[in-house]
Design a protein around this ligand. Sequence first.
Ligand SMILES: *Cc1c(COP(=O)(O)O)cnc(C)c1O
Length: 444
Amino acid sequence: MPNLAERDAAVLWHPYTQMQTAPLPIAVVGGEGAWLIADDGRRYLDAVASWWVNLHGHAHPVIARRVGEQLQQLAHVMFAGFTHAPAVELAEGLLGVLPPNQRRVFYSDNGATAIEVALKMAVQYFYHRGQPERRTLVAFRDSYHGDTFGAMAVSARSAFTAPFAELLFDVQYIDVPVPGREAAALAQLDAILQQHAVAAFIFEPLVLGTAGMVMYEPAALDALIRRCHAAGALCIADEVMTGFGRTGRLFAADFLTEQPDLFCLSKGLTGGTMALGATTCTAAIYEAFLSEDRARTFFHGHSYTANPVACAAGLASLELLLTPESAADRARIEARHAAFAGELRGQPGIRAVRQRGTILAVEFGAADTSSYFSRLRDEFYALGLARGVVLRPLGNIVYVLPPYCMQDDELALVYEVLRAMRALVLRPADAPAATHLPEFPLND
Ligand SMILES: *Cc1c(COP(=O)(O)O)cnc(C)c1O
């Protein structure tokens, strides 16, 4: 009888995976706190929160109970013409913690759909206001907003999007205003605002995840938002990754003095338990769609919009997030990260160390070639797994983005793996690979 991974290999196609060269996947049978438990009994510490979704730990009993109760009461009902308590209560909860200009919640299924909704709302907003020519979108050159067509269009153009290049609508790109590059980004934005009728500027606030945990300062984003608002353009904060405490405050926008007009939420929205997306907007945007004329309706929806079970998970997760214990955990992780970042900074083999809240990113290596880095990536990944720690390096950048329940001794285990990675970087360039490595695909 083939095992689960072998049966998988016969029938499944995995995301971001070169199926010809990828090793067999690890079959996971359970989760507990920050740990994943494999079918061979091995345990893996989830230092990337399962693709940045998990907040409170795996199989959290509170979320599990609330989901179970909701399933027995009402699993689903269409969300046009009907409503239910989990949808209403979660919307009330979200508007209670988002900046005060956020007044309406539109549910969808994941991060990419939350982005699609925000882009469509922004463009249709100007259409209804008699400015249909205002439809240019501005984005950061290195951004990532998801894999559907609209989300791809506003994301970085790369090998991931190359086959679709001709099908993606034009977007005006500006550089990320990393420290020292703020003026350049601002000048690029000014030129675009002069030459184009901009509907919206979409951005990952303060941390660009897939770009390699690239970080920039709140003041730089405030300046960009101020320019957009002065030119009458909307601002869309993609908080799919940064939302729900990840950056040290509930939302990255909480570091800003300017207020974005729309927010996109997903990933941590359900604590990493169920697929759910939400787009929120200001009263002005919502009101532009109000009319006796049915043509001014926001004609967008998904079969599972506002799924009650997903909303119940979202409510349970939000309640956990707002406990003093969770806030203390986030502060503790932030302090541990800061101490470890201090240890690494300036050491041989370390190019840069970045931190924002519970996110720590370490850029390894001295000046060298990119092929060397892709070898490093695979070795890093294998090294982590061999020591029972899941880390998914972005090239030569290794980040730690833990569930907030990760304890100090568990964090110490992760840091120990990062120290071992530094040792790998420091070995002589002609040294053989550390171990017999499978060909890992270079993906995110
Ligand atoms: C993951 C991510 C998305 C896409 O979310 P999905 O749920 O994977 O579609 C969008 N924006 C950002 C910033 C993300 O990190």
